[in-house]
Design a protein around this ligand. Structure first.
Ligand code: NAD
Length: 471
């Protein structure tokens, strides 16, 4: 049983003022594995005050000094890879494929930020003006449970790159992972107050960060509903905001696609991280003429997926994060049937042979219409909706007919044609044939999937204010 009693403020692990305890579970066994003591609004204010005190010195640092900090952070996270991996497996139940990506990713984001700083023009000439890119002020970050470590590291790396200080409120459901990460980050020896982390509920700690006048910038990753609330409170003091929100990613399977290659890509995108991924491609668009063949191959491939605990390296799909989230995914599987979609494979309840753990049967619905809720709402589980199209133009129209616009996928063989389709899609990223994710390319959403971009120079821009000195 892991008991976490402290928050991290002003360079030290200290007891919070709040004293409510939050239980932590292993989602594969439903066993309680720990408890975290949650901070409250007073703790958030103490962390903001520490970040504010540290800001003047941080803003005076040179790019070279910040690159050195980023390298130290990278080393510290890389050195803890094994313990981080174990914590993510136990507390979150992520399949090995996701762990293999996400732990190295958490370390690499510091390298990417260091490279971005090295290449970035903090001072530029524009006409007769000298434009200086200055840190925006104290930042606050709020992260979701589905990629807690990755987003803590991305947001911290960008704050350091910009020369600012930060207060982070991680997901309360990921406190064991946060604690192990923090112990690693502490080893990097950042100046006191540059990094502050307060565990707590969103409506208390998160809300205080979103409204406090000493926070200049909020960077949030989470649901669209919470993002809207944060945007409202941030408006009062004109905070700069970066919002990375939900998605309902379309996958357009063009009629020239090689199905032997495309089907594994479709499954990887749809069921990535057990379907608990904002970028999951959960709406598959298939041409009517290849519908029958694609459905038969999909049914076969999905039935062959293995659902199980993280400890089994053969597991393709892990458990849902909580009992509540399991219920929510079940309710969408029921809803799909009530709405008249055809249940191709999967369905309600646990997969055969698993009588414990918040496991869901990987599910595919065919004959889905784009006005059904299972085509419009984010399920956040291994549930794929298949829609049919007659023409490429119709496929693009269906793909774009969504409130979301985070990441889409195009699968085919003709590179020019796929680029043509990609140019017409309204999403922050378009992935062609499951190309590897770029680490410097901007990441973020159109429409209700968010505001602003993270990663690389676009992510850094969002932590800076341009100041023009004229004459
Ligand atoms: P969530 O919105 O419920 O919670 C996210 C964070 O916000 C948590 O730390 C939570 O405590 C906090 N929070 C809750 N209410 C708050 C409030 N009123 N004020 C301030 N903070 C508050 O989301 P979640 O369930 O943790 O994560 C899943 C969601 O995140 C999905 O919708 C997913 O698509 C999205 N997501 C988006 C991206 C992206 O990059 N676009 C990446 C990962 C996850």
């Amino acid at each position: 049983m892991k008991i976490i009693e402290q928050m991290y403020v002003d360079g030290a692990f200290v007891a919070p003022h709040g004293d409510e305890r939050f239980a932590l579970f292993n989602p594969a066994t439903e066993e309680k594995i720990g408890e975290v003591r949650l901070g409250d609004a007073q703790d958030a204010r103490a962390a903001i005050a520490a970040a504010k005190r540290a800001f003047p010195a941080m803003r005076r640092t040179t790019p070279a000094e910040r690159i050195a900090m980023l390298h130290a952070l990278r080393q510290a996270v890389a050195a803890s890879a094994d313990t981080l991996r174990a914590a993510m497996a136990t507390e979150y139940g992520a399949p090995q494929s996701f762990l293999a990506f996400s732990v190295p990713h958490a370390a690499n984001v510091f390298d990417v930020a260091a490279k971005t700083v090295a290449d970035y023009a903090f001072t530029r000439r524009v006409g007769n003006a000298e434009v200086v890119m200055e840190p925006v002020g104290v930042a606050a970050a709020i992260t979701p449970w589905n990629s807690n470590i990755g987003f803590i590291c991305t947001k911290l790396a960008t704050a350091i790159a910009a020369g600012t200080t930060i207060v982070i409120k991680p997901s309360e459901m990921s406190a064991i992972q946060t604690q192990i990460l923090l112990e690693a980050l502490h080893e990097a020896g950042l100046p006191d107050g540059v990094l502050n982390v307060v565990n707590g509920y969103g409506h208390l700690v998160g809300a205080e960060l979103s409204r406090h006048p000493d926070i200049a910038k909020v960077t949030f990753t989470g649901s669209t509903t919470t993002g809207r609330e944060i945007l409202r409170s941030a408006a009062e003091s004109f905070k700069r905001v970066t919002l990375e929100l939900g998605g309902k990613g379309p996958q357009i399977l063009l009629d020239d696609a090689d199905l032997d290659r495309a089907i594994p890509h479709i499954l990887a995108s749809a069921f990535r991280n057990s379907g608990q991924a904002c970028i999951a491609g959960t709406r598959l668009l298939v041409s009517r003429q290849s519908h029958a063949e694609v459905m038969s191959r999909l049914a076969q491939a999905v039935s062959a997926l293995r659902t199980g605990p993280s400890s089994d390296p053969a597991s393709d799909i892990g458990p849902m994060v909580s009992a509540r989230h399991w219920e929510r995914v079940q309710s969408y599987i029921r809803l799909g049937q009530e709405e008249g979609a055809t249940l191709l494979v999967g369905g309600e309840g646990r997969p055969d042979g698993l009588d414990r753990g918040w496991f869901v049967r990987p599910t595919v619905f065919s004959n889905v219409a784009n006005d059904m809720r299972i085509a419009r709402e984010e399920v956040f589980g291994p549930v794929l909706s298949v829609l049919s199209y007659d023409t490429e133009a119709e496929a693009i129209a269906i793909a774009n007919d969504s409130e979301y616009g985070l990441q889409s996928y195009v699968l085919g063989t003709d590179a020019e044609r796929m680029r043509g389709v990609a140019r017409r899609l309204e999403t922050g990223r378009v992935v062609i044939n499951e190309a590897p994710a770029g680490t410097q390319a901007p990441f973020g959403g159109f429409k209700h999937s968010g505001i602003g971009r993270e990663f690389g120079s676009f992510g850094l821009d969002a932590f800076l204010e341009p100041k023009a000195i004229i004459g």
